[in-house]
Design a protein around this ligand. Structure first.
Ligand SMILES: Cc1cc2nc3c(=O)[nH]c(=O)nc-3n(C[C@H](O)[C@H](O)[C@H](O)COP(=O)(O)OP(=O)(O)OC[C@H]3O[C@@H](n4cnc5c(N)ncnc54)[C@H](O)[C@@H]3O)c2cc1C
Length: 528
């Protein structure tokens, strides 16, 4: 057997909170898992960037109140059963995995009524968010990665970029499988970034946990790998994608000339920070009665309108009235701004909106199963129906954690019940056929194509959308996608090319969904 080809019971693609939780759950239940991730480290996704926190439960602990807040933020197009699942079982997962199993050092209150220092963010009617100062995601990922590294039955392979899913309908070279009505996922083709060869990873079950899509926009808070590769691969394999038009823009990213915009957490407004314009006037109450704690889509549009009204490049977040010690409560933000020459204790922080969170994604059920047999999706790349048209702050880490665990448990049960893939099916899946041998990953070409994608998405498929803008984006991205498809056929694969192909496909998918949906709702806002 070639060294580029192997079989694993479970292949998990992506090592953020969702992928690591799924892998750890499976390992704890005795399953063998292969966890792959693009780049050299496991913590390259959005998870370690999360600042604000993770939803737990308010002191009175009634899950119906959380359910209500999630439904209101999602404009009631959420899937009620998924919302109930996260409201009831989410806090149990935080307690079981993060507190009891991993011992994540969440901030404590020092008060008898509640062990934890619970904070609040926009759209929440109660204090129910647990945090580790403002580096919650980093603390969770440190705990998860340490546990993964200790788990003997998790094989970790970094420097691996998934290229395409393997399915019986698309790849099997045998009539026995091609004529079966039921299409099945049997693993993935994966680019080994060290050897530049494509590996055939056959799996009884495959889990997509590839994270968000923010990098297809010009301004984003997301990590460089957030290009929607899972969505792009799933769509090519014929899997149902849902709610792709709902991209949430975070209202407050630091206004600065770097590519990735540094997030200024909503928790700062939760603790008393106020948005002001260049003249120092607080303006949020002119746009919404909830003022600075209105849901994100409303705050983001209010900022854009205020910028248009005043002709300024940004607005400001004034944290001088926050009662807590800013250096202690928000050390990451404090230090980052300090490095940029801004003392947030006395100076307002210049902020603009930026693409932040993908509310849609690969459609899954309550256990993470997708519409393709043997394929699961968890975390930000999945659409469980929890978020509907918009996400309530700090519910995404929770959704990734809960569905990571639930999918892991469901897969473990399935592995016990079902027979593994047959040898005949293994044999029917061919290795990757290099399509062409032209070496053509000229950085200038790749950079220009990315610039086209990002400007098109920001200007035409951004915070405010119209039919004219969306049609133009649709045509431009369709042409680029066709061009890349032809180009792909002539060229030796490389990571920059695979990423570009995934990114273009994701942008096209979002645009198509936005064009189809004529109704303004949540973070999909049409001006016509
Ligand atoms: C700045 C910032 C702050 C945030 N703050 C909060 C917060 O306070 N609370 C909250 O609930 N949420 C927050 N979020 C959102 C939350 O962090 C994410 O939704 C969540 O971490 C997503 O987890 P994930 O496991 O799905 O994806 P990620 O953590 O993004 O992991 C995706 C993984 O997939 C890998 N990958 C991608 N493509 C491929 C490929 N083709 N092949 C192989 N591997 C691949 C990546 O390298 C990465 O390891 C924040 C997000 C950002 C960007």
């Amino acid at each position: 057997m070639s060294t580029n080809r192997f079989h694993t019971p479970v292949l998990v693609i992506g090592s953020g909170i969702a992928g690591c939780t799924a892998a750890l759950t499976l390992a704890d239940l005795g399953a063998e898992v292969t966890l792959i991730s693009t780049g050299t480290r496991l913590d390259t996704g959005n998870s370690p960037l999360a600042q604000g926190g993770i939803v737990f439960k308010a002191v009175d602990g009634d899950p119906r109140l959380l359910e209500h807040d999630i439904m209101v933020a999602g404009h009631h197009i959420n899937y009620r059963r998924a919302v109930r699942q996260i409201s009831v079982k989410g806090p149990q997962a935080v307690q079981g995995i993060l507190v009891d199993r991993l011992g994540i050092p969440f901030a404590r209150s020092g008060k008898p009524q509640c062990e934890w220092d619970l904070t609040m963010e926009g759209g929440h009617a109660a204090h129910r968010i647990m945090h580790c100062a403002d580096y919650t995601g980093r603390a969770i990922m440190d705990g998860l990665i340490a546990a993964i590294e200790e788990a003997p039955n998790v094989r970790v392979l970094s420097g691996r970029t998934a290229v395409d899913l393997l399915t019986t309908h698309h790849q099997a070279r045998s009539n026995e499988f091609r004529y079966q009505i039921n299409n099945q996922c049997v693993g993935a083709y994966v680019l080994n970034e060290h050897t530049r060869s494509v590996e055939t990873m056959l799996a009884d079950v495959t889990v997509l946990a590839t994270g968000g899509v923010g990098q297809v926009y010009l301004h984003t808070t997301n990590s460089p790998n957030a290009i929607g590769s899972g969505v792009s691969m799933a769509q090519r394999a014929g899997v149902r994608i849902e709610n792709a038009e709902f991209v949430q823009f975070h209202p407050t990213a630091l206004f600065h000339r770097s590519q990735r915009r540094f997030l200024i957490s909503e928790a700062l407004r939760g603790e008393g920070g106020r948005l002001v314009n260049g003249a120092g006037e607080a303006f949020m109450h002119n746009y919404d009665r909830r003022g600075d704690l209105a849901p994100r889509d409303i705050v983001a549009r209010a900022i854009v309108e205020e910028m248009l009204r005043t002709g300024e490049d940004c607005v400001y977040l004034d944290a001088s009235q926050v009662e807590q010690d800013l250096e202690q409560r928000f050390p990451t933000i404090y230090q980052h701004c300090q490095d940029m020459g801004i003392d947030i204790r006395v100076e307002p922080i210049p902020v603009v909106p930026a693409a932040h969170y993908f509310c849609g994604g690969i459609l899954t059920d309550l256990t993470g199963r997708t519409t393709l047999d043997r394929l699961y999706a968890v975390g930000e790349c999945a659409c469980t129906g929890v978020h509907g048209a918009n996400r309530l702050a700090s519910t995404s880490l929770l959704e990734a954690l809960l569905w990571g665990r639930t999918a892991g448990e469901d897969i473990a049960r399935r592995l016990h019940r079902q027979r593994p893939m047959s040898k005949r099916l293994h044999a029917a899946i061919p290795d990757w056929q290099p399509l062409g041998d032209e070496r053509n990953d000229d950085p200038a070409l790749v950079a220009q194509d990315w610039a086209t994608i990002r400007h098109t998405m920001w200007n035409y498929v951004g915070i405010t959308r119209s039919t004219g803008r969306l049609r133009r984006a649709f045509e431009d991205l369709r042409d680029l996608s066709r061009h890349l498809h032809d180009f792909y056929k002539r060229t030796t694969l490389s990571k920059p090319l695979v990423d570009l192909f995934h990114g273009c496909h994701t942008a096209y998918t979002i645009t198509q969904a936005a064009l189809r949906n004529r109704q303004s709702l949540g973070c999909h806002y049409r001006i016509d």
